[in-house]
Design a protein around this ligand. Structure first.
Ligand SMILES: CC(C)C[C@H](NC(=O)CN)C(=O)O
Length: 462
């Protein structure tokens, strides 16, 4: 019965969420591999052919070289008469701890009032399972899947998809040769209306590392230039209070807004007041719906994420932190280029540091350099996506962009020359990366139906 199918779908998500596949710490990549193996087993049980492709090695900011977890390349039976769709997803997650303020254990999927709470529920384990369930629903009802299905599933998206860029280049003329369309469901709707996404921002992530010291502030305080004070001056130089990035030249290459693009914002049913409530702020940096959305989707932004090595526990320790590493990232938009941004950021930090006349050491490393992505809305995938949304939800989708980053999206488009579309099923309030991340049962199940309908609508294009 459909009731028991829904139970199986959420039970599987519970099993996947229980795997702590946080890719942020390379010493824990064993869990990422466990998760990849679990996904591979599920695909094999469904009759898919799975390769755990070698993704090579990666050099960490410390200089250490580490072996990367593999990437799943899978496919189901091929019929040369049908179009081939390649689905991309990831099964790694961002870190999560109860102490961060979760109401429930982040690794124990918990249902409350129709929402399934857990790290990775929406980003991206739920949507990956929904794709598999869409395939399975054709198999279970003994209906021919209308398109050939390939899958590429990785375990390092949340740290910048190390190794994947090279793997795609290597497999361009083999795995990707017969692919007609690439689809990604790793982002959220902008409102409560289903959406098709035509752009994501890129990202460069920086580490600013200070020197090694470890001193009692009562003994040495006042006589030395503290690394933390240097770091705060550097981090404080990056942004002004209006959110404007202070790194000279960093926004010079942003594509100007055209009238056609501006019009795309008119029909988005985004409610500024509701969004303030969801986020818990009195006001945004911008005043109108259009300005807020553009700031999130089509202009760059800089965020300061944290300081490693600084005292951050409750209580009052009086140490001068010995080695502090500040972490921030810049979201990028067309036509910004991560290497150019990196150069400008390094120049800016070195210039500010020189004014501090500090005896301390400054080391700036960029750990992620992911390009922005924009699709052509005239692409036929968008026609199929639009029809599938109409079939399942009975409404027209909103055409949106996304402020976050799918590091591999632009590479897919550039390297394979194939059409790429994003078909999100996650809710605008799902809280990707935050406390109490969730996917609603509604979005999870209707999203599965949307994917099944999408296979059908896509086959009609061919
Ligand atoms: C490069 C980033 C860490 C990638 C990450 N991606 C997602 O959240 C996609 N759902 C991001 O922070 O944008």
């Amino acid at each position: 019965s459909f009731g028991s199918v829904k139970y199986v779908f959420s039970f599987r998500l519970k099993e996947w969420v229980a795997i702590k596949s946080d890719s942020g710490d390379h010493t824990k990549w064993g869990e990422v591999e466990t998760m990849l193996n679990m996904a591979a087993e599920r695909i094999k049980k469904m009759g898919g052919k799975v390769e755990l492709a070698d993704a090579g090695t990666h050099q960490l900011p410390s200089g250490e070289t580490v072996l990367l977890p593999p990437v799943i390349l899978a496919e189901f039976a091929k019929d040369p008469k049908k179009a081939t769709l390649c689905i991309y997803g990831h099964v790694d997650v961002q870190p999560a701890k109860m102490e961060d303020g979760w109401a429930t254990d982040p690794f124990n999927l918990t249902e409350i009032k129709g929402n399934l709470y857990g790290r990775g529920a929406t980003d991206n384990k739920g949507p990956v399972l929904a794709w598999l369930h869409a395939v399975e629903s054709y198999q279970a009802t003994k209906k021919e899947i209308p398109v050939n299905i390939k899958l590429i599933i990785e375990g390092l998206e949340e740290v910048g998809s190390y190794g994947l860029f090279k793997l795609i280049k290597k497999r361009r003329d083999s795995f990707f040769a017969d692919v007609d369309f690439i689809v990604i469901s790793d982002n959220v709707w902008a409102t409560t209306t289903p959406a098709l996404t035509y752009g994501t921002r890129g990202s460069s992530y920086f580490f600013i590392e200070g020197p090694k010291l470890d001193l009692h502030s009562g003994v040495y305080g006042g006589s030395i230039q503290e690394p933390m004070a240097d770091l705060i001056a550097l981090l404080g130089s990056l942004l002004d209070h209006t959110g404007k990035i202070q790194v000279v030249g960093v926004s010079d290459d942003v594509t100007p807004l055209t009238e056609d693009e501006r019009k795309l914002y008119d029909n988005i049913s985004f409610d500024l007041e509701e969004m303030k409530n969801v986020v818990g702020v009195k006001h945004f940096l911008q005043d109108t719906k259009e300005e807020v959305l553009m700031a999130r989707w089509r202009y760059p932004s800089l965020s300061i994420h944290g300081v490693e090595g600084a005292f951050s526990d409750p209580g009052s320790k009086t140490i001068i932190p010995r080695k502090v590493t500040g972490k921030f990232s810049i979201r990028q938009v067309p036509n910004m280029d991560p290497p150019d941004v990196e150069r400008k950021v390094k120049e800016h930090l070195e210039q500010v540091f020189s004014t501090l006349n500090s005896p301390n050491r400054l080391k700036v490393t960029a750990t992620v350099g992911a390009k922005p992505w924009v699709a052509n809305l005239q692409d036929s995938q968008y026609v199929a996506g639009q029809k599938a949304v109409k079939d399942v939800f009975g409404v027209e989708p909103e055409f949106i962009r996304e402020g976050s980053t799918i590091p591999i999206a632009q590479t897919f488009q550039e390297e394979t020359g194939k059409s790429v579309m994003m078909l999100p099923i996650s809710g605008h309030d799902d809280g990707e990366h935050s406390q109490n991340e969730k996917i609603s049962r509604y979005n999870y199940i209707e999203g599965t139906k949307l994917f099944a309908a999408y296979f059908y609508e896509l086959s009609l294009l061919h």
